[in-house]
Design a protein around this ligand. Structure first.
Ligand SMILES: Nc1ncnc2c1ncn2[C@@H]1O[C@H](COP(=O)(O)OP(=O)(O)OP(=O)(O)O)[C@@H](O)[C@H]1O
Ligand SMILES: CC(=O)N[C@H]1[C@@H]2OC[C@@H](O2)[C@@H](O)[C@@H]1O[C@H](C)C(=O)O
Length: 400
């Protein structure tokens, strides 16, 4: 949908948000109660939250299809419907946990699984330039299994008007977090790190946001390769804590051109995925680093890239008072300590969503509930200042 009729909204409604992000750790599902228009400081209350891990076979298939050569049409088609089934189950489970019936839910918003995201324009044989994205998790299946209108595939509408299709969460952060007197940074550390800047008293067109670089993606990728079959993440940062950051490797890592690219910009597994992990493992061998040192260095790279993005692109225009960190990375104390050491000296207090009484885990699922609510009401919910789109558009596709 690129423009929509504003439909009448129930004053108070329950909406389910589903998020399955770039880390592929599972499906985050939230039930929220929304009161008021979604684009006019709505009241949003988290009623229930659950994380459902993917079955190992589905997780393996998602990772397999990140390789475009393996992603044959039959496998893509199958995974699209398979994920639709899994999302529907996750939605029904969280609705039951909220002690609600599916008939009481106004809509579901499902982010879907990004398997390929190509925001940079590519040329077609007939000379057109276009960008595209592939999000799996069929809305028709979610709607059929739950009986609830389901909104999916949010990113492509923004790309259709020249945007990067990401990030989309900043619209909801503007609605839910902005303050009149303090400049806030909302840093998400999921697979990728991304920051939203909410200047004190800002208007929507003054919000900026961009991907800072790797979040947990490199840490998870390295840990999975260094401890095969044993671990998929550096739980509580224990491995990083027992290693030493290699300044030699850091000097090399800092050369990556992405960090110097001015926003708006977005990145993903295409840059910091398994190919980059391979490169780091080769560098480890060359430099004779231990597994712990390598994980400590990858952890520091995430903290450094967030600090560097602030110094280069944010601080010159907006000195921030506070950074609120969300996403799984906020549960990694080694990473959080490194981040506080990067930003503390610049006068930015580093806190987590939990520190401010919210939930790091639920934040993105809540965001997709709010984005679906906008779609159902025909309200645009991309921020052109953030995605680079030429205009605001209604996002997503509705399956009734
Ligand atoms: N206790 C913990 N200790 C260390 N790391 C953790 C912990 N809990 C979660 N994580 C990290 O957080 C990751 C999951 O983060 P999250 O759920 O925010 O990612 P995502 O939503 O898939 O990502 P994105 O926002 O990029 O789409 C895990 O893969 C792991 O790296
Ligand atoms: C294409 C894609 O899936 N991008 C994700 C990814 O994960 C973090 C960062 O890169 C962000 O740009 C985006 O997700 C969040 C939910 C967003 O759109 O705001």
């Amino acid at each position: 949908m690129v423009s929509g009729k504003k439909l009448p909204l129930p004053d108070s409604r329950y909406v389910v948000g589903l998020m399955s992000g770039t880390s592929v750790d599972g499906i985050d599902a939230a039930v929220v109660r929304i009161e008021g228009r979604p684009d006019a400081a709505p009241r949003v209350q988290l009623i229930a939250f659950a994380n459902t891990p993917f079955p190992a076979s589905a997780r393996e298939e998602i990772f397999a299809l990140f390789d475009p050569k393996a992603a044959t049409l039959d496998r893509v088609g199958r995974l699209n419907v398979w994920l639709g089934e899994l999302y529907a189950e996750a939605a029904l489970a969280v609705i039951a946990q909220a002690a609600l019936r599916p008939s009481e839910i106004y809509a579901i918003g499902s982010h879907g699984q990004t398997i390929l995201h190509m925001p940079e324009r590519v040329r077609t044989p007939d000379g057109r330039e276009l960008s595209f994205t592939v999000q799996l998790g069929e809305g028709a299946v979610i709607a059929a299994r739950t009986g609830i209108p389901s909104v999916t595939d949010f990113r492509i509408a923004d790309m259709a008007v020249g945007g990067q299709g990401a990030p989309l969460v900043p619209f909801t952060e503007y609605m839910l977090y902005r303050e009149d007197n303090r400049t806030l940074l909302l840093q998400n550390i999921g697979g990728i790190g991304n920051v939203t800047v909410l200047p004190a008293g800002c208007a929507p067109e003054e919000v900026t946001a961009f991907d800072t670089g790797p979040g947990n993606m490199l840490i998870d990728g390295l840990v999975s390769r260094l401890y095969p079959g044993e671990r998929t993440m550096d739980t509580d940062g224990l491995i990083a804590r027992s290693g030493t950051v290699s300044s030699e490797l850091m000097d090399w890592l800092k050369q990556e051109a992405y960090y110097r690219l001015p926003p708006p910009k977005s990145t993903g597994r295409e840059k910091f995925g398994s190919g980059y992990v391979d490169l780091l493992l080769t560098k480890r061998a060359e430099l004779g680093l231990s597994a712990e040192d390598l994980v400590a260095t990858a952890t520091y790279l995430t903290a450094w890239s967030i600090g560097d993005a602030y110094r280069q692109f944010i601080e010159p225009k907006h000195r921030a008072d506070e950074m609120i960190v969300g996403g799984g990375g906020s549960y990694n104390p080694a990473l959080m300590d490194m981040l506080a050491r990067e930003l503390g000296p610049l006068g930015v207090a580093v806190r987590t969503q939990e520190d401010v009484g919210l939930s790091s885990d639920a934040k993105e699922a809540v965001a997709f509930a709010l984005l679906a609510d906008c779609t159902m009401a025909g309200i645009p919910s991309n921020l052109p200042s953030v995605t680079g789109a030429s205009r605001p558009v209604v996002l997503g596709k509705i399956s009734y």
